[in-house]
Design a protein around this ligand. Structure first.
Ligand code: AMP
Length: 306
């Protein structure tokens, strides 16, 4: 049972009200891999990096069962670079710089050894690239995809085609409203589920996440944390926990997806505690179990309905 993760492996510069870092490893596929590897290995990574991507990071990922055969290295170019600044409330940010560098050439061919993977996480990328990956898959059981407002504005016809091919769409509340043209997230979910995906997850940052399927809905809170230091990568880390749990249990029912979004929320709650993926590299299985227990206590209550 293996998982394909497609996305960026990057350098980020991040500024939050609590601090600033000029260069730290990031990228959607990096966060997904760090989170998911706690639950499932191997992880078949698909990305593109330049000559500057640190060997130690690659070694660290490999030690967690992340297979690098599908990560293309472009020797004469730099890795993707993104820089962002968070607002006071940490729920919104401005993108300051996006240097595509190697990402401009990203059009992956999946290695033969990846083709039978059953679980597929397509990080936020050009819809054309996401479609190209989907076309190569031979045995997929669940395709989960992230996207962003930029693609809704610049590549909507391609995005609509990809939506018809996937099982789960994972976006934030502003993106769900933009994609559907509906303010109510319940109405938005109906419109979006009508576009192709069977499940929709709407991430609401510190306010948790909603899972929609047909006429069913489930809500998972985010853990109320004393301090959120850096939210970068929280969405991708959520996706990694979600996918890792589903791939490990091989159960793609709505009931199991409810557990998966709690696992995703627990992983995201670690991610925000330190800059970039730093915290994800420190945590143990015991830390994760303890946090899952905190989630259980957070939402568990008795009620007698007469
Ligand atoms: P998140 O905070 O979950 O939205 O993810 C942040 C990560 O996404 C950062 O580490 C960036 O390197 C990466 N990223 C930012 N912009 C893009 C983009 N346009 N395409 C792909 N990855 C991006």
């Amino acid at each position: 049972m293996s998982l394909i993760v497609v996305g960026t492996m990057a350098f980020d510069a991040i500024e939050t009200p609590f601090g600033k870092i000029d260069r730290i490893v990031g990228g959607s596929a990096t966060y997904v891999a760090y989170a998911a590897s706690n639950f499932i290995q191997p992880i078949n990574q698909v990305s593109i990096i330049g000559h500057d991507f640190p060997q130690e990071e690659i070694a660290e990922l490999k030690s967690r069962g992340v297979v690098m055969e599908g990560v293309e290295v472009i020797k004469n170019k730099k890795s993707f670079f993104w820089s962002g600044r968070y607002h006071e409330d940490m729920n919104s940010r401005d993108t300051l710089v996006t240097d595509l560098n190697v990402l401009a050439d990203f059009d992956p061919t999946l290695p033969d050894s990846y083709l039978d993977s059953e679980f597929v996480m397509l990080g936020n990328l050009q819809p054309k690239v996401q479609m190209n990956v989907i076309k190569q898959l031979k045995n997929s059981k669940l395709i989960v995809m992230d996207t962003m407002n930029f693609w809704m504005e610049s590549a909507m016809p391609e995005l609509e085609k990809v939506l018809k091919k996937i099982d789960v769409l994972l976006i934030n509340d502003a993106e769900a409203r933009q994609l559907s043209g509906q303010y109510s997230l319940v109405r938005a979910s109906k419109t979006i589920l009508g576009m192709g995906p069977k499940f929709l997850i709407v991430k609401k940052g510190e306010h948790g996440a909603l899972l929609f399927h047909a006429d069913k809905v489930f809500f998972a809170p985010a853990l109320p944390l004393e301090e959120v230091f850096d939210p970068t990568g929280a969405g991708d880390t959520f996706a990694g926990g979600f996918m890792g749990h589903l791939a490990r249990t091989k159960d793609i029912s709505f009931e199991n997806m409810k557990t998966a979004i709690i696992v995703g929320s627990a992983m995201a709650s670690f991610c925000v505690e330190k800059f970039g993926p730093t915290r994800l590299k420190e945590i143990s299985k015991e830390d994760i179990d303890k946090r899952l227990q905190q989630f259980r206590e957070l939402v568990n209550f008795d009620i007698e309905i007469r």
